[in-house]
Design a protein around this ligand. Structure first.
Ligand SMILES: [Zn+2]
Length: 64
């Protein structure tokens, strides 16, 4: 899943993030924190089944 286009939406889930329980890609962000390395820790909950996951994201502008 390599999409050349970058969407400016920051609240969207990172690419490839899929709920392991139900397979959907729709997550609601519960909260965002600063993590080590200047990254962002996001606590997300699946809108479909309610599974909670934690993701680490690079802040916008510093994508590798
Ligand atoms: Zn789910």
């Amino acid at each position: 899943m390599n999409q050349p286009m970058k969407r400016p939406v920051t609240e969207d889930a990172p690419r490839g993030l899929v709920c392991r329980t139900c397979g959907c890609r729709h997550f609601r962000v519960l909260y965002t924190r600063r993590a080590w390395g200047g990254r962002l820790l996001r606590r997300r909950v699946c809108r479909h089944c309610g599974r909670r996951i934690t993701t680490y994201e690079q802040p916008a502008g510093s994508l590798v």
